[in-house]
Design a protein. Structure first.
Length: 100
């Protein structure tokens, strides 16, 4: 049986997904800056800025649509939670396999 990685021992699964718990402490500005730093290679001299759309901005841009689960992690079914959690585990463990 696999043992939990101690790096993730503070994750409670109260939100339903590990991924939501990981992103919870970060605002959209910090996420945007981190994505920008990850995507800018050393040979790029220009400033790179990635704008990460906030959920509030998404709701404003697409009023009345309830399909934000892909971005919020509020999956509509327990099966969706299971798949995203397994995907995350596969990524952390370096396994290139499907979660379902």
């Amino acid at each position: 049986m696999m043992r939990p990685d101690p790096k993730f021992s503070n994750l409670s699964m109260k939100s339903g997904t590990l991924v939501k718990d990981i992103y919870k402490p970060f605002c959209t500005e910090l996420i945007s800056r981190k994505i920008s730093s990850l995507l800018k290679s050393g040979d790029i001299n220009a400033d790179v800025e990635i704008v990460f759309q906030s959920i509030e901005g998404l709701h404003e841009a697409c009023p009345g649509h309830t399909g934000d689960w892909y971005f919020t992690g509020n999956y509509p079914t327990p099966g969706g939670n299971k798949v995203v959690n397994q995907s995350f585990i596969n990524y952390i463990e370096g396994r290139n396999v499907r979660a379902y």
